[in-house]
Design a protein around this ligand. Sequence first.
Ligand code: ATP
Length: 365
Amino acid sequence: MMNRHCFETLDRTMRDIIRSSKDKPFGGKVVVFGGDFRQILPVIPGGGRAETVLVALNSLYLWEHCKVLKLTKNMRLLAGLTDDAAKELESFSNWILDIGDGKINLPNDGQVEIDIPSDLLIQNSGEDPIETMAKEVYGQAFQTSTDKDLYRHRAILTPTNDEVDKINDYMLSQLPGEEKVYLSSDSIIPSDVDIEENVVYPAEFLNSVKVAGMPRHCLKLKVGAPIMCLRNMDVADGLCNGTRLIVTQLLPHVIEGRIITGNKIAGHPVWIPRMFVIPPDTKFPFRMRRRQFPVTLAFAMTINKSQGQTLESVGLFLPRPVFSHGQLYVALSRVKSRSGLKILITGKEGKTQTKTLNFVYKQVF
Ligand SMILES: Nc1ncnc2c1ncn2[C@@H]1O[C@H](COP(=O)(O)OP(=O)(O)OP(=O)(O)O)[C@@H](O)[C@H]1O
């Protein structure tokens, strides 16, 4: 969901443009919003429940003018099924909805612990939970697999970027082939440059900055690895923020890849150059920019980043529980079938568990 300020800005702009109807919402134009209030709400850095709920769409001053129409079928789960198989899936579909609506272990307003059915759980995390999860999702012999579409319909999801990095590092180390390292060039935006600040914030410090949505300073890749594009580069060709690709060539000034997201994907190779990426909010008294290929490894991704994806096989890795409204629902609802979902919950000592937390803020419904 987008921040309500985006819609408020559109409303004011439309009223400005269509002066004759400036007293009507959106200058009298009909506006259709599409969305699911069970999913993750706008992310407010450092914000808690109150801040998050306040920027949701239904806190909009125009909400009283909106008419809500509800969709009732889970088309992702029903796609390509016979009637009998669809009936069997109904209980899974309802369980996901109940998690999203916060109907499990009532009152479930805020956080509540819920039981995960045993057929969805990985019961034994083995010596290394990451290796166990990787083999569950990508197969026991993924290192030597020749399946071109191995990474197309699968992903490991986890709540935090730290865990995503650990899984991606492990997977890359297992992939055969030569590893190529691309280092970024980081700087303070010229208009913000001040001699004193440059002394306080040397290049090494800028290199160490990790912000969601910004590529890493040290980008390690191999041919055959799945990556995700972090910028809208060519929307018509399907190369957008969130598009997944397989690396086909790693050249000094360009990365060549094959898009694997969606059905109508480009059959031809696409090329990604280095570009300046400016993080929206780094909490520093200056703006920095990083010149790097706008991509990240995509064996694993955060639950937030997976919103909108449809996958056949999802491994949900929970070494810590989810922490915000809708995260568990989004993770569970990425799959097309019950058998495509496997969940590994580990406690502090790495012991597997059968319960996890679900967060639902009921004010948003
Ligand atoms: N009317 C339909 N008939 C058949 N399949 C459909 C239909 N609508 C959607 N689907 C399939 O369901 C899946 C999910 O669709 P889509 O991504 O548009 O939904 P969404 O609401 O954006 O999902 P989410 O917000 O949970 O990511 C896709 O695989 C899509 O092809």
